[in-house]
Design a protein around this ligand. Structure first.
Ligand SMILES: Cc1cc2nc3c(=O)[nH]c(=O)nc-3n(C[C@H](O)[C@H](O)[C@H](O)COP(=O)(O)O)c2cc1C
Length: 299
C-alpha cells in the first residue's frame, strides 16, 4: 500500500550516479511498467524504458527538460500518447505511480518535460506516430540535497543553486518559494460551493483532512500546485488552474498526478470510489481560468 511515509520521502532527484541500474533494479522498472494499474481503458498510453540514458542525455539537450536543460540519468521511462486529454491525464496518474513504486526500491526519479516530441523520438529511436508527452528519469541518487533546490532563491540575478544547475536565465514565473514549499490545505479546498473555504474542523469531521494533507505532497510542473478541490456530498471535484504559458499536455499531466495522490490519500483514509472524467460534470460556478479535470465519486 502506498502511504504517507512514502510520499513524504519523495522528492525530485536531478543528480544521479552514472552507473546503470543493477539487473534486479532494472527488472523492477520493467515489472512496474508491466504491472502498472489501469486508470482508464483505451487511453492509448505507452511506456518505453530507455537504458543508455547517460549517452543519450546530451543529445536530448534543448528538446527536453525545463528550458531545454536535460537531466542526465542512466535510465528513463518515456510516456507516449495518442491524441487527447485522457491519455495525458492517464500518463500523469501512471507516471507518478511508477515514481512512488520505484522509490520503494530506493530508486530516485524526476519528471522531465518534453519540449520537442519529434526530436525526442528521433534521438531515442522510438518508431511511433504517438507523441512523447513526458520522460521520467530513474537512477541512484547522487547528492540528496541537490534535488530540492531548483526553485530556491530564484529571483533574477541571484546566485542561487539554479545557476549551478544550469538554469542561469530562469524567470520567476511560477514560484518564488523554495521548491518543496506547498500550499496550505485551506488554499486549495472549497466545501459545497466554489469560493467557500471550510474550517479545518469541518474537514476533520468529514474525515478528509488526511487525504488533503497527502495531496500537498504531489509534484507539479514548476511546483505550481495548480489544483483546487471542491468537496460535494457525492464526491470531490478536481479543478485545475489553467495557464496560457504552459502546454495543455503539461496541464493534463499535473491533473493526472493530482488524481493519483488524492485517490491514494482517500483510499488510505477509508474512502472507496473512482474518478469520472466526464467534462459534462463541470459546475457552471467555476470561474474563468480554471478547468474541471474530474470528479472522484464516492462508492
Ligand atoms: C509534468 C512535470 C514536468 C516536470 N518537468 C521537469 C523538468 O523538465 N525539469 C526539472 O528539473 N523538473 C521537472 N519537474 C519536477 C518539478 O519541478 C517538481 O516536481 C516540483 O518542483 C516539486 O518538487 P518535488 O518533486 O521535489 O517535490 C516536473 C514535474 C512535473 C509534474
Amino acid at each position: 500500500m502506498l502511504s504517507f511515509k512514502l510520499a513524504e520521502k519523495r522528492h525530485s532527484i536531478r543528480s544521479y550516479k552514472t552507473k546503470a541500474l543493477s539487473g534486479s533494479d532494472l527488472s523492477v522498472l520493467k515489472q512496474l511498467i508491466e504491472e502498472a494499474p489501469v486508470f482508464s481503458n483505451d487511453s492509448g498510453l505507452k511506456m518505453v524504458l530507455v537504458q543508455n540514458g547517460s549517452e543519450l542525455a546530451p543529445k536530448l539537450s534543448g528538446y527536453a527538460g525545463y528550458f531545454g536543460n536535460m537531466i542526465e540519468a542512466p535510465q528513463y521511462i518515456v510516456l507516449t500518447c495518442t491524441q487527447g486529454k485522457l491519455c495525458r491525464k492517464t500518463a500523469g496518474y501512471i507516471g507518478e505511480w511508477l515514481v512512488l513504486n520505484a522509490l520503494k526500491h530506493e530508486l530516485g526519479a524526476c519528471w522531465i518535460e518534453v519540449l520537442d516530441s519529434v526530436n525526442v523520438k528521433r534521438i531515442l529511436e522510438l518508431n511511433t506516430d504517438d507523441e512523447a508527452v513526458a520522460m521520467i528519469a530513474f537512477g541512484y541518487p547522487k547528492k540528496e540535497h541537490q534535488m530540492s533546490s531548483i526553485y530556491a532563491n530564484m529571483g533574477q540575478n541571484s546566485l542561487s543553486s539554479l545557476t549551478d544547475m544550469g538554469y542561469p536565465n530562469i524567470t520567476a514565473d511560477f514560484s518564488q518559494a523554495p521548491t518543496r514549499d506547498r500550499k496550505t490545505i485551506m488554499a486549495f479546498v472549497y466545501l459545497n460551493e466554489w469560493g467557500v473555504t471550510p474550517e479545518l474542523e469541518n474537514l476533520e469531521k468529514l474525515g478528509l483532512h488526511e487525504a488533503l494533507f497527502y495531496m500537498r505532497l504531489a509534484p507539479s510542473y514548476g511546483n505550481r500546485q495548480p489544483w483546487m478541490f471542491l468537496i460535494r456530498n457525492s464526491g470531490i471535484d478536481l479543478i485545475v488552474e489553467t495557464s496560457d504559458k504552459i502546454s495543455g499536455t503539461i496541464q493534463c499531466l499535473d491533473a493526472g498526478i493530482a488524481m493519483f495522490y488524492l485517490e491514494v490519500g482517500l483510499k488510505d483514509s477509508g474512502f472507496r470510489g473512482s474518478w469520472n472524467l466526464d467534462e459534462g460534470l463541470r459546475d457552471d460556478s467555476i470561474p474563468e481560468g480554471y478547468a474541471f479535470a474530474g470528479r472522484y465519486v464516492f462508492e
